[in-house]
Design a protein around this ligand. Structure first.
Ligand code: ATP
Ligand code: MG
Length: 591
């Protein structure tokens, strides 16, 4: 009989592209030389056991953000689903901006998201800068075949002769140079005989092309700069548009998924790879570029440059500030990798850029944690509640043991234990001297249940000289202990959370709000600094139930009524708790 129908997958046209390519055999017969390389290297290799090859190609010039998570989940996820392999490739062809710190942070966060570039005993982690020699050789080949030339126009002249959407470009006076002269000049560039900006190597395609990207795009520029991998070996560096297709082809990528802004570059991608394959340098079948829409989240920015500004200007405490939309920030805030993957997977892939409501990420987190996070009680805005008849009923020294399940649906997780005593902490707003309509918590004459404890009847409060309430007073109603026979005989409309003054643990709790007040903080060229939310971080001193006294770092809880929290991975210590609120129990963004 047929198996149960699987849940429908979200619309993802990239799957269809792969399915069709597999059905038509577009990538059949590929060989893989075991490592990146030219046509000869792969021809000598084995038939490629990977049905497809994808890659995630970050530039190591900043930390990964939530938009990158989309690309990671797509590339690694599709490779996994189709029996392929996804490479992690550092696109480090640009000197100056790239740093080891970023390489390490990227590796850490791709792993955190749950992906791996290891298959069998092989690692598919590559650095584009390892391909500089090939890129140089390919450039000389293009020159030799009359497909590239050295242009000595100034950058201004080049811009001016490029034309625009309505005007065709005009040929550079250097466009007609012969092969020998081009080769000699290009080698001078390589040998450091010219200053930055003096000349560039350009492809010779068509200055009148309707696609401006085909109007003799630059391939190499002079940059006397130190590179984190190749040191001072090179003073010319390939342009991204030249480097990226070559990187894909050397690695035998089948599907090169990139964001929509590269759509206009696809004709050049194909031109370049076909020329180099015709010249015998690159193996066929060649990789195929397919563009998909970017994922943007409301109330955050995902430009690395702007995120860097937030860090450098001290607006946030670092790349992993829990308010940052970096993966390091989301992890520290307490989002789970499963929630981030779920958000990415549920949005599928389409041909338009999308703005996803931030609330969707929060809902993914709740869905993940609701069934597994242990419960706890804590008081975030404490005021003492004094049980005035405690001594009379039980004796002043008496402490009443109470218990609650660690998780309501998981009895195997056991019980949390704490005690009730003559004084407890309650939330300041759980008391009202004069109750508003519909207020069922503490007010003089009203009874409430202290959750998992006893019913108490409010008798009044005490205030300081400024009229601020210093203590709330109540009397225990006898024989109402939760879980004892007859405890429910006294009916109450309200139940409040509490922790006992004698066994509560003092804690620092960080309550976050969105970092920006605008759904699209940098839309229309607006300076994102103008949309900063001055109240994005509120730090409070509260009290936790004693079961959290020795809790380790990076543990998540649902604190009843207050939301999901995590013990901070850097600043928390057992005995000195520091907790971050990930999100509330329900969406309160519209409040
Ligand atoms: P930024 O403009 O912030 O520097 P980038 O796209 O230049 O971002 P890269 O490190 O080059 O950053 O990106 C690595 C990969 O992640 C690329 O393939 C890129 O297309 C993809 N990517 C980046 N941002 C998003 C996004 N918002 N949605 C989907 N994919 C993205
Ligand atoms: Mg980039």
């Amino acid at each position: 009989m047929s198996s149960p129908t699987p849940a429908p997958l979200p619309a993802n046209f990239l799957r269809t592209v792969i399915e069709q390519d597999l059905a038509t055999g577009a990538f059949d017969g590929r060989r893989f030389g075991g490592s990146p390389g030219d046509a000869a290297h792969h021809a000598a290799g084995e038939p490629d056991a990977a049905r497809i090859r994808t890659r995630f190609p970050p530039e190591p010039n900043g930390y990964l953000h939530v938009g990158h998570a989309k690309s990671i989940c797509l590339n690694f996820g599709l490779a996994r689903d189709f029996g392929g392999i996804c490479h992690l490739r550092f696109d480090d062809t640009n000197p100056e901006k790239e740093e080891q710190e970023f390489v390490d942070a990227i590796i850490e966060m791709v792993r955190w998201l749950g992906f791996d570039w290891q298959a069998g005993d092989k690692s598919y982690l590559y650095y584009a800068s390892d391909y500089f020699d090939f890129m140089y050789r390919a450039a000389e080949t293009l020159i030799e075949r009359g497909l590239a030339y050295v242009d000595e126009q100034t950058p201004e002249q080049m811009r001016a002769t490029r034309g625009d959407f309505t005007t065709p470009g005009t040929d550079s006076p250097f466009r007609g140079r012969g092969v020998a002269e081009n080769l000699a000049r290009f080698r001078e560039m390589r040998d450091g005989q010219h200053p930055d900006g003096a000349m560039v190597l350009r492809a010779k395609i068509d200055m009148a092309s309707a696609n401006i990207n085909l109007r003799d795009p630059a391939l190499y520029r002079i940059k006397h700069a130190h590179h984190h991998n190749t040191g001072d070996r090179w003073c010319i560096y390939p342009m991204y548009t030249y480097a990226h297709p070559i990187e894909d082809a050397l690695e035998r990528i089948t599907h090169s998924f990139c964001t929509l802004e590269f759509e206009d570059q696809r004709p050049f991608y194909e031109w370049l790879l076909n020329q180099l394959a015709d010249a015998g340098l690159l193996a066929r079948p060649l990789p195929r570029q397919v563009e998909f829409g970017r994922l943007n989240l409301t109330y955050v920015i995902t430009s690395k440059r702007k995120l860097k500004a937030l860090v450098e200007e001290g607006i946030v405490s670092g790349w992993d500030d829990p308010r940052m939309p970096t993966l390091a920030g989301l992890r520290r805030r307490g989002y789970t990798a499963a929630a981030v993957r779920r958000m990415a997977d549920d949005t599928g892939a389409s041909k338009t850029n999308i703005w996803l409501e931030y609330a969707v990420l929060d809902q993914c987190l709740r869905d993940d944690l609701e069934g597994q996070a242990p419960r706890a009680m804590a008081v975030l805005d404490p005021v003492p509640l004094v049980l005035t008849n405690w001594a009379e009923l039980f004796g002043a020294e008496h402490r009443e043991p109470c218990q609650a399940p660690a998780h309501p649906q998981h009895p195997e997780l056991g019980m949390r234990r704490f005690e009730l005593g003559p004084e407890v902490w309650i939330e300041r707003d759980d008391f009202a001297e004069v109750p508003a309509k519909g207020f069922f918590r503490l007010f003089p004459g009203n009874k409430v249940r202290l959750k998992y404890g006893m019913v108490v009847e409010c008798t009044g409060c005490e205030k300081d000289a400024d009229g601020r309430i210093t203590r709330v007073l109540a009397a225990v109603v006898p024989d109402t202990k939760s879980g004892t026979p007859g405890a429910d005989a006294v009916k109450v409309k309200g139940t409040i959370t509490w922790v006992a003054a004698h066994d509560a643990v003092p804690a620092t709790l960080r309550l976050y709000d969105r970092l920006f007040t605008e759904p699209q903080p940098d839309a229309g060229g607006r300076d994102f600094r103008e949309a900063l939310n001055p109240a994005s971080l509120q730090v409070v001193q509260g009290w936790l139930e004693p079961s959290l006294a020795a809790v380790a770092s990076e543990q998540r809880f649902q604190i009843e009524r207050h939301g999901y929290f995590i013990t901070d991975r850097k600043e928390h210590a057992p005995g000195a708790p520091v907790l971050n609120r990930v999100t509330g129990l329900k969406d309160s963004w519209g409040r």
